[in-house]
Design a protein around this ligand. Structure first.
Ligand SMILES: [Ca+2]
Ligand SMILES: [Ca+2]
Ligand SMILES: [Ca+2]
Ligand SMILES: [Ca+2]
Length: 313
C-alpha cells in the first residue's frame, strides 16, 4: 500500500510501499503541490483509467482568500496537476473535510466537502457544503501527455446536502445507511471557534444525516472483504469490477481520512445496465493472492472471502 502524507508544518510527501518497506516518491508529485497545505486528502480514480488519483482539500486563509482545491492525476509514473483543466481550482471554498464516492451511481467518482470558516478576518461562520459532481472526461494535452481529464461542477443548495445552518461544519463520514445502494453522508457540526473569535459561539452543532436519492436506473454493487491469508479486513486489497468492457477501481483503504472514517465497505456505481449484464470482480489481496469472481449480479452486497480458487456468483 502506498501513502500520501499531507504536511502540517512540513511539505506533503508521497511514499510507495515496497515489500514491507517504504520508499520516498515525493519527487513524483509536482513542486507546486508539495507545499500546499491540505485539510484533507481524497484518493480515488477520478478519471476512470484504473489508476488512483489525489484530491487535496484546502481552506481559505485569514484574509478569506484561497481555498482552491488541487486535483492530481496519476499517469503511472508521476502525478500531474490538472486543477485548472478539471475546473476544481476555479472555485474557492473553505473546506475542512471531504470524501469521494459515486454519489449518483453513474460510474464516475464525485466529491463531497464540508465547509466552514474558523475565524478569518472577513468571514466568520458556517458555509454551505458542496457536492462536486463529476460530469465526465475529455482528452487534454498537459505536460506533453494526453490525459483523460475529468470535469467537476460544484453543486450547492437544496438537494446537495447543504448543512449551512447547523453550527460549524467539521467532518463527514460516508456510508450506505438505508440499503438502497445510494451512498449517504453523516456530517458532524459544532466545531468551536474559541481562540481567534471567542465571541462567536455556535451552540447548535448537531449531526446531519443526508440520505442519497437517485431515481435513475443506475446499477451498483457493494463488496465486503474478509481476508484469510491477508489481514482479516482485507486492508490494502485492490478491487477491479468490469462490466460492458469498462473497468472500475476501488482500493480497500478502510475509508480513513482526516478526523473520521467512512464505511470500509466498497461501493461501485455503473450507470444503467441491461438485464442480464453481469460483473466480473478481480481482487488482488495484500497476501499476493489474486481472486476472480465472474457472473456477479448488480444491486447487491457481496461478501468475498479470500481464496485462491476462481469462483462465480
Ligand atoms: Ca485515475
Ligand atoms: Ca458519479
Ligand atoms: Ca457523473
Ligand atoms: Ca442510501
Amino acid at each position: 500500500m502506498d501513502l500520501f502524507l499531507k504536511g502540517a508544518r512540513t511539505d506533503n510527501a508521497f511514499v510507495l510501499g515496497d515489500h514491507h518497506q517504504f520508499k520516498d516518491a515525493t519527487s513524483s508529485i509536482p513542486h507546486s503541490v508539495r507545499k500546499k497545505r491540505a485539510e484533507d486528502v481524497a484518493v480515488a480514480d477520478f478519471n476512470g483509467d484504473t489508476r488512483p488519483d489525489v484530491w487535496l482539500v484546502t481552506k481559505m486563509n485569514r484574509m478569506g482568500k484561497g481555498g482552491r482545491d488541487v486535483l492530481m492525476l496519476n499517469t503511472g509514473t508521476d502525478f500531474i496537476d490538472v486543477s485548472r483543466e478539471s475546473n476544481v481550482s476555479r472555485h474557492g471554498f473553505s473546506s475542512r473535510n471531504a470524501t469521494a464516492g459515486d454519489f449518483d451511481n453513474d460510474g464516475d467518482i464525485d466529491v463531497y466537502e464540508v465547509n466552514s470558516d474558523f475565524g478569518s478576518e472577513h468571514i466568520v461562520g458556517n458555509l454551505p457544503n458542496v457536492l462536486w459532481e463529476n460530469v465526465g472526461n475529455s482528452m487534454t494535452k498537459i505536460a506533453d501527455q494526453d490525459l483523460s481529464v475529468p470535469k467537476f461542477i460544484p453543486r450547492i443548495g437544496p438537494g446537495c446536502a447543504p448543512s449551512q445552518d447547523n453550527g460549524l461544519g467539521f467532518s463527514v463520514a460516508m456510508g450506505e445507511f438505508n440499503g438502497d445502494g445510494v451512498l449517504d453522508l453523516l456530517v458532524a457540526n459544532g466545531a468551536r471557534d474559541g481562540k481567534r473569535n471567542p465571541e462567536v459561539v455556535f451552540t447548535r452543532g448537531t449531526y446531519d444525516l443526508f440520505l442519497g436519492i437517485d431515481h435513475s436506473p443506475n446499477a451498483w454493487l457493494m463488496v465486503d472483504l474478509e481476508g484469510t491469508t491477508s489481514n482479516n479486513e482485507g486492508i490494502g486489497a485492490i478491487v477491479h469490477a468490469t462490466v460492458n468492457n469498462k473497468t472500475y477501481l476501488r482500493t480497500a483503504d478502510h475509508g480513513v481520512h482526516e478526523k473520521t472514517q467512512d464505511d470500509p465497505r466498497l461501493h461501485f456505481g455503473f450507470g444503467p445496465l441491461d438485464p442480464g449484464d453481469r460483473i466480473s470482480l478481480e481482487i488482488r489481496w495484500p497476501s499476493g493472492l489474486r481472486q476472480v469472481i465472474d457472473g456477479v449480479a448488480p444491486d447487491q452486497v457481496l461478501k468475498v472471502v479470500e481464496t485462491s480458487h476462481k469462483n462465480s456468483k
